[in-house]
Design a protein around this ligand. Structure first.
Ligand SMILES: Nc1ncnc2c1ncn2[C@@H]1O[C@H](COP(=O)(O)OP(=O)(O)OP(=O)(O)O)[C@@H](O)[C@H]1O
Ligand SMILES: [Mg+2]
Length: 272
């Protein structure tokens, strides 16, 4: 059996001012999984992603990658970490240079790097922005450029903190389609989001971080998102479709619009 992509045990983290970031988190992610990490603002999602991505050392506990069969350098080349703030990724004079940076560091040949830049620009609607200085971009543009700069070195494990926050709906669909293609090509996807509506679109499994930096749920999306008690205790609320079907008295509510349409069609409700 393939070793898990990452296995975190009893992670604890406290910021210097005493704020608890993580309080005893266990999390295993298998190769090829699509996992969402959700929770309210300030619960510790970004802290957890930084620790899982190896950017911050936990005060206690540890993270093993690929069953520890690989050295740290090889692990780094396989992990693509997108932190919440896109400015962390945009430090060159042009957007193109930022996207080329990862492949250049890994010695990817020029022609292949160019191919990747063009494919990502096309997929993320960055064509008109490639020669712009990154600090001139809008918030949603920066987010897409930062994501491109992580995807350009083609990591097999993607740890993404709010990859679509500030991105408009049509371009969110573009981002999700691209992530879906990477997943179908074998990538493992871990996405942090406080937006419960996004979860069914990026994940099959969801982990909920509670207000005190501990995990309060970990299970299939359809189970966790239809459990109002767990979500409410964690400081979240179920997706709108779940609340709608719940208020209409339906058991086992659907979690997104596609699911809801399928359910309504099979019950034979009157149609226009
Ligand atoms: N450098 C820091 N020093 C002190 N406290 C911090 C620091 N960075 C984060 N925190 C605190 O740690 C807690 C967890 O922060 P984190 O950024 O992980 O939350 P989050 O779940 O990602 O929130 P959001 O949904 O707003 O992105 C918060 O209470 C935050 O205020
Ligand atoms: Mg965050």
């Amino acid at each position: 059996m393939t070793a898990p992509v990452l296995c975190a045990r009893d992670l604890r983290y406290e910021y210097p001012d005493g704020t608890v970031g993580l309080a005893g988190v266990d999390l295993t992610v298998e190769a090829g999984e699509r996992v969402a990490i959700t929770g309210p603002n300030g619960s510790g999602k970004s802290t957890l992603l930084s620790v899982l991505g190896g950017l911050v050392d936990p005060a206690d506990g540890r993270v093993e990658y690929f069953g520890e069969t690989e050295n740290a350098e090889a692990v780094r080349e396989r992990l693509g970490v997108l932190l919440q703030d896109p400015d962390d990724y945009l430090f060159n004079t042009t957007v193109r240079a930022d996207i080329e940076y990862g492949p250049a560091q890994l010695g990817v040949p020029r022609e292949e790097a160019d191919r990747r830049v063009h494919a990502l620009a096309d997929a993320l609607d960055l064509d008109g922005l490639l020669d712009k200085p990154p600090h001139r971009l809008s918030g949603g543009e920066k987010k897409r450029a930062a994501l491109a700069s992580v995807l350009s070195f083609e990591p097999s494990v993607l740890l993404l903190d709010e990859p679509t926050s500030a991105v408009d709906a049509p371009r969110t669909a573009d981002v999700l389609a691209l992530l879906d293609r990477r997943h179908r090509a074998g990538a493992t996807l871990v996405t942090v989001t406080p937006d419960v509506e996004l979860i069914p679109r990026v994940a099959d499994r969801v982990v909920v971080v509670g207000p005190s930096g501990n995990l309060v749920a970990d299970g299939p999306v359809a189970e966790v998102l239809t459990d109002p008690e767990t979500l409410t205790t964690a400081g979240l609320q179920p997706p709108a479709v779940v609340r709608l079907f719940d208020r209409l008295g339906w058991d086992d509510p659907p979690v997104d619009v596609d699911d809801a349409v399928e359910r309504l069609e099979t019950t034979g409700l009157p149609r226009r």
